[in-house]
Design a protein around this ligand. Structure first.
Ligand SMILES: [Zn+2]
Length: 86
């Protein structure tokens, strides 16, 4: 395996793009619109929103993000004290 010192993924500015896109090891942007083989950085000033979101999600998955249990408190309404004759 070739081990270059450069990061294999990160933010890059394709010449025709106005904002930075996040490129993976395959040299394609996460949003799928760009290809770029130039230098990549860890941060960028203006980022493609879609790439930013996907990159964040990606990072979250890599870090083993925990999910909060959203469905908590499935409590039934407290029984109304039925005081019927038995
Ligand atoms: Zn993008």
């Amino acid at each position: 395996m070739s081990s270059g010192g450069e990061p294999v993924e990160g933010w890059g500015y394709p010449p025709a793009a106005f904002v930075a896109h996040y490129f993976g090891p395959d040299r394609r942007s996460l949003c799928g619109r760009w290809r770029y083989a130039g230098a990549l950085g860890r941060t960028a000033v203006t980022k493609c929103r879609r790439c930013e979101r996907l990159a964040a999600r990606r990072a979250g998955e890599a870090a083993g993000e925990k999910r909060d249990d959203a469905g908590r408190g499935g409590g039934e309404p407290a029984g109304r004290g039925r005081s019927g004759p038995r």
